[in-house]
Design a protein around this ligand. Structure first.
Ligand code: 6XA
Ligand code: ZN
Length: 348
C-alpha cells in the first residue's frame, strides 16, 4: 500500500500537557510516527512517498479562514507576548463558554487561543503549523492518488486530526486530515464519501464539519462519551441535522469492550456504509483501541488489527487511511501496519 509521509511531522513536539491537574509528558509524540514508519519499512508494505507540492485550497474548504490565519501566526504571537515563551508551549487559559460571544475576534492572543480551542491538553509549539500543514498535504495527496486509481493509500501524519473542527483545535488535533481527505475526494468527483472513524475517541471535529451534509456519511465507533473523552459529543442520538439528517452515525461502546463486541459494531458500521453506496472511504485510523494504550479503555490485541484490515477490505471501496491516535508507542507501528497488511491481503 502506498504511504504518504512527511518528516516535518516531528516539528510538532509538545513537551507537556494538562492531565488531571498536573502537567505530564505529552502522549502524542514524534516517536509514534517513527515507529509506524519503521514497521512499514521492515515489512516492505509498499512505496513511501513525501508529497513535493500540493494544492492546499481544500484546507480552506474545511477550515474557517480566521482559524487558519490564527494557527499560521499563533507561535509568533505567543513569543511576542514574552520572549521567554520561546521555551514554553502555548496553552489556552480562557474559553468563551455559553453566554459569551464567539463572533468577535479579540485583539488579545490569549483570548483568541481560547476562542479557537476546547481543551488544555493540546500544546501548540513552534512547529505545530508546519507539521499540521505537511500532514494535511499527505492527506490531500493520499486522496488524489486513490482517485487516480490506487486501491488504497495511507496518510502517515501527526499531529492527528479528528478532534479539530472547522474553527477549533483540541484533543492534540489542529487540522482535520480525515475531513480534508474526504473533501478532496468530493471535489475531485466522488459523489458520496464515507468517513469511518475507528479511533478510541469520538471524532467530534469530523462529525461537526459534515453534520449538515448528505454527501459525506460519518460513522464512528468509540468509547462511550458518558465516561470517555471528548465527553460532550459522540452519543448515539446524534444523527445529523438539516440536509445531513441520517448521515451521521455514532456507535459508542462501554469502556472495557473487547474485540468480539467491537468487531460486531464494525460489521454494523460497514453495513450502514454499504447502504450509503459511497464512491470512496476515508478511515480515521486510531490505534488507541489497543489493550495497552495508556489513555484509553478497550482491550484489542495486536492480531485483531489484521482482522480489522480484512473487514475493511471487504467493503470493496477505494480507501484513504489517515493516522489518528494510539499511544502505546512501542506497539503502535505493529498495530497500524497490521490493519494495512490485513487490508492489502484482503483486497488481494
Ligand atoms: C485528552 C485526551 C485526548 C485524546 C486524544 C486522542 N487529553 N484522540 O487520542 O483520538
Ligand atoms: Zn484517540
Amino acid at each position: 500500500m502506498l504511504t504518504l509521509y512527511n518528516d516535518r511531522h516531528a516539528l510538532h513536539h509538545g513537551q507537556r500537557e494538562m492531565f488531571r491537574g498536573e502537567m505530564v509528558p505529552c502522549f502524542e509524540i514524534p516517536a509514534r510516527a517513527d515507529f509506524v514508519l519503521a514497521e512499514l519499512k521492515r515489512r516492505g508494505l509498499g512505496a513511501i512517498e513525501t508529497p513535493a507540492a500540493f494544492d492546499d485550497a481544500v484546507i480552506a474548504r474545511v477550515h474557517a479562514p480566521r482559524y487558519l490565519d490564527f494557527l499560521r501566526g499563533a507561535w509568533d504571537e505567543w513569543v511576542a507576548l514574552d520572549p521567554a515563551n520561546a521555551q514554553r508551549d502555548a496553552f489556552p487559559s480562557y474559553w468563551p463558554i455559553r453566554t459569551f460571544r464567539s463572533d468577535v475576534l479579540p485583539a488579545s492572543f490569549p483570548a483568541r487561543m481560547g476562542l479557537f480551542s476546547y481543551d488544555a491538553g493540546s500544546p501548540l509549539t513552534s512547529g505545530t503549523w508546519a507539521a499540521a500543514y505537511a500532514g494535511a498535504g499527505c492527506a490531500i495527496v493520499a486522496a488524489q492518488r486513490v482517485l487516480a486509481g490506487e486501491r488504497a493509500a495511507f496518510a502517515l501524519t501527526r499531529p492527528p486530526g479528528h478532534h479539530a473542527g472547522a474553527d477549533f483545535f483540541g484533543g492534540y488535533c489542529f487540522l482535520n486530515n480525515a475531513a480534508i481527505a474526504a473533501q478532496t475526494l468530493r471535489d475531485a468527483g466522488a459523489a458520496r464519501v464515507a468517513v469511518l472513524d475507528i479511533d478510541y475517541h469520538h471524532g467530534n471535529g469530523t462529525q461537526a464539519i459534515f453534520y449538515e451534509r448528505a454527501d459525506v456519511l460519518v460513522t464512528s465507533l468509540h468509547g462511550d462519551p458518558h465516561t470517555e473523552y471528548p465527553y460532550y459529543l459522540g452519543y448515539a442520538d446524534e444523527q445529523g441535522a438539516g440536509a445531513g439528517k441520517g448521515f451521521n452515525r455514532n456507535l459508542p461502546l462501554p469502556r472495557g469492550t473487547g474485540f468480539e463486541a467491537w468487531r460486531a459494531a464494525l460489521t454494523d458500521a460497514l453495513a450502514g456504509i454499504a447502504a450509503f453506496r459511497p464512491d470512496a472511504l476515508v478511515v480515521s485510523l486510531g490505534l488507541d483501541t489497543f489493550a495497552g494504550d495508556p489513555i484509553a479503555g478497550f482491550t484489542l490485541q495486536s492480531d485483531d488489527y489484521l482482522r480489522i484490515g480484512e473487514d475493511l477490505a471487504r467493503a470493496g471501496l477505494p480507501t484513504v487511511f489517515v493516522f489518528e491516535g494510539g499511544y502505546a508507542v512501542a506497539e503502535v507501528g505493529v498495530n497500524a501496519v497490521n490493519v494495512l497488511e490485513g487490508f492489502a491481503e484482503g483486497a488481494g
